[in-house]
Design a protein around this ligand. Sequence first.
Ligand SMILES: NC(=O)c1ccc[n+]([C@@H]2O[C@H](COP(=O)([O-])OP(=O)(O)OC[C@H]3O[C@@H](n4cnc5c(N)ncnc54)[C@H](O)[C@@H]3O)[C@@H](O)[C@H]2O)c1
Ligand SMILES: N[C@H](CO)Cc1c[nH]c[nH+]1
Ligand SMILES: [Zn+2]
Length: 433
Amino acid sequence: MERFIWSDLDAAAKLAAIARPTGISDASIIEAVTSIMAAVKMRGDEAVQDYTARFDGVTLTDTRVPDTDLKAAWDALDKNDKAALETAKANITAFHAAQMPDTIRVETQPGVMCRREPRAIEVAGLYVPGGTAPLVSTTLMLALPAKVAGVTRRVMVSPPGKDGKINTAVLAAAYLCDVTDVFMVGGAQAVAAMAYGTETIPKCDKIFGPGNAYVAAAKSLAAQEPGGPAIDLPAGPSEAMVLADKDANPAFVASDLLSQAEHDTLAQVVCVCTDTETADAIEVEVLRQLATLPRREIAEAALKLARMIVTDTREATLDVVNAYAPEHLIIQMDDPDAMTPNIRHAGSIFLGPWTPESVGDYASGTNHTLPTYGAARAYSGVTLDSFIKYISVQELTQQGLQNLGPAVERLASLEGLDAHRLAVSLRLKAMTS
Ligand SMILES: NC(=O)c1ccc[n+]([C@@H]2O[C@H](COP(=O)([O-])OP(=O)(O)OC[C@H]3O[C@@H](n4cnc5c(N)ncnc54)[C@H](O)[C@@H]3O)[C@@H](O)[C@H]2O)c1
Ligand SMILES: N[C@H](CO)Cc1c[nH]c[nH+]1
Ligand SMILES: [Zn+2]
């Protein structure tokens, strides 16, 4: 891991020390994704099939997964796997159901009643990654809140494997979470299909979910289209920042760093440590654990982008966090929760030695679809609210319009919009005639 002593760095060197990998925003990725999206817009399913053959290596004439396959996948699942999925489902459902918003009602002044009513999105497109690992858990993280929110149509896409099928455990999870439609499509072509609609894949109102650099680029391009879908958030290759002090367990810290490094060659992991000896021990542990991992080639590539930043105070440590805005922030320091109020930017926080990052990835109840690449400065991860929008409603009594009308007439006049003013004036006049 490249090492930096924070207090030795000037402002520019600090920014360089916490720079994101450039590969994610490569012009070549944007160019490739732009042409995939244009082709799917023009040629629909035919283009989706061409790209599936090119990128996933399978020729599919029908991408829809029949409902009977979802049930069969669930029935065939090992009972311990079923139990684990059910535990995750219960916790994720409980945490997201508690986020259900109520109608807000305010009488802003006498006779002027305003309210805000929640409504679920009608058609949600859920992207479940499957390029290098079948992310069974992402099915739960997207489909459960969508169902709790009341989304009518919950459309899931995921890339097919070399056998021309979606991984069975992903299909079983789709059954458990009551997904309404499943299609075997991945990458930018899947996002394009949900953005524009094809002969078989419905056009979605909003597209959700994480993915690699191609998926993330496709979502952001789709959101820029006039009349295009909304998107949840920029959720690209995974990131973790672990904060450690002299008492942190180096093996625990290393395991959290590696758990995100193994996701993608473009994943970035950063350790911020207040003690040089502990930093050394963490690096030794990273190499020791790395050697045991089946996905060590991916993790090894990601570790080339990794950073070890040595700070001398808790305040300096917090400065690094807020400047980086990590997707995951794991705090293995004394009194970790005392740091939370001073953290302005992070997707999800994991406090103390007994909270490995993996619990949030799978089953604590929080959502693992989280903002990457510094987007935590402005975005939250997926919540129940991501599947909900709000309609505002107002109703005035006669007295209400008498009270408020004169202000509205003045404001309309200030803007030179006389029809607006008249809509009030003629009603006020009607009250007195
Ligand atoms: N931020 C989050 O909340 C979060 C959560 C889970 C996973 N992730 C990230 O999701 C990603 C999953 O990536 P993945 O690759 O395993 O699966 P994926 O499903 O995101 O991507 C696979 C697809 O990428 C496309 N693709 C691959 N190479 C291509 C190329 N050269 N040109 C065009 N398209 C190409 C293919 O269509 C393939 O089907 C990882 O980066 C992981 O870190 C992020
Ligand atoms: N760490 C990922 C979010 O960046 C989520 C995930 C799914 N499976 C394992 N991990
Ligand atoms: Zn993970």
